[in-house]
Design a protein around this ligand. Structure first.
Ligand code: PEP
Ligand code: MN
Length: 339
């Protein structure tokens, strides 16, 4: 249930409602929406009479949230959630562009990419130091050394860093170096990991599991928000369908407007993993922007054919620059700009 307080409700009235909910065994969450305090009651408390609640001083309205996801729902928060990372406000009408290699491979590879994507207009640097590989014999990432290189690249370019964390035990370490913790598709329902990043109070990029429904993704985000961390971006990165002969996954463009309707959280499109084919990344990127994405994550590499992972879908540095020119045009068509 959510309780909408009057715009003029006093702190005392708000605390009183929160205390009343907690006394009945509910977990409470406060947020501000359109100048009003919204209190969410969650969990398995004793029944509360909505009529009685509605009579309490300072309460304007009460509402049951019928969806399974609560804190992530538009009912809980009508306004778009925005948050600031470095100079960039995520979820505003300016697109955030995250670019960089799939894996951090070396200082030269990362620095060259970081400078080039910055020059082309990217606002974040991505790069995996811990890689979730299908084969245990494939390159697994440089680990902490990779994190240090990312921090060095941030220092050199000013671009905040997005990098994946695969295990709850590594969250504290990755959080030292990263500005955004990425949860990969394969870990979308790793609930221990979701709990750990929820407690880390760092921005999170949550990727959609390859067989996850939109609702599964919202429930995964709910784990993070339940810890009081609402700095979550949801990432559509393509799903498994029957048609995988020519493409890696199927970009679910539907998910973007749907998520914008169902949740207040910002939505990021990942055309690279979605289609998996370099020459088609630009078309899918533009589709993501047209559909209403708040940002993009694009794999970019100085020499994709030599990349240790995801070379087939990685753009060259000139291709990334060309893509940014097209993104600016498409952003304009949907009344947005790029940071
Ligand atoms: C990645 O971003 O390189 C990655 C592994 O993505 P996903 O988890 O979406 O496969
Ligand atoms: Mn990748």
């Amino acid at each position: 249930m959510i309780i909408i307080m009057h715009p003029e409700a006093t702190p005392y009235e708000i605390d009183n409602v929160v205390a009343g909910g907690e006394a009945k065994g509910w977990q409470t969450h406060r947020s501000r929406d359109s100048g009003q305090t919204i209190i969410g009651l969650q969990g398995k408390g004793q029944p509360i009479d909505p009529f009685h609640l509605g009579q309490m001083p300072g309460v304007e309205d009460t509402m049951a949230i019928t969806q399974k996801f609560k804190l992530t729902s538009r009912a809980f928060r009508r306004e778009d959630t925005t948050f600031t990372i470095g100079q960039v406000i995520i979820g505003s009408n300016r697109l955030a562009v995250i670019a960089g290699p799939c894996s951090v491979e070396s200082r030269d590879q990362l620095m060259e990419t970081a400078h080039a994507v910055k020059e082309a207009g990217a606002t974040f640097l991505r790069g995996g130091a811990y890689k979730p590989r299908s084969s245990p014999y494939s390159f697994q990432g440089l680990g902490e050394q990779g994190l240090k290189l990312l921090a060095e690249a941030r220092e050199a370019t000013g671009l905040p860093v997005v990098t994946e964390v695969m295990s709850p035990t590594k969250v504290a370490l990755v959080a030292v170096y990263a500005d955004v913790l990425q949860i990969g598709a394969r870990n979308m329902q790793n609930f221990d990991l979701l709990n750990a990043v929820g407690k880390a109070h760092k921005p999170v990029l949550l990727k959609r599991g390859m067989s996850a429904t939109v609702e599964d993704m919202l429930m995964a985000a709910e784990y993070i928000l339940a810890h009081g961390n609402n700095q979550v971006m949801l990432c559509e990165r393509g799903i498994r369908t029957f048609d995988n002969k020519y493409t890696r996954n199927t970009f679910d463009v539907n998910a973007i407007p749907l998520l914008k309707e169902l949740t207040h959280l910002p939505v990021i499109a990942d055309p690279s993993h979605a289609i998996g084919v370099r020459r088609h990344v630009q078309a899918v990127t533009l589709a993501g922007v047209a559909a209403g994405a708040d940002g993009l994550i694009i794999e970019t590499h100085p020499n994709p054919d030599q990349a240790v992972s995801d070379g087939d879908q990685s753009l060259t540095l000139p291709q990334f620059s060309e893509l940014m020119a097209q993104v600016r045009k498409m952003a304009k068509a949907v009344d947005k700009t790029v940071w």
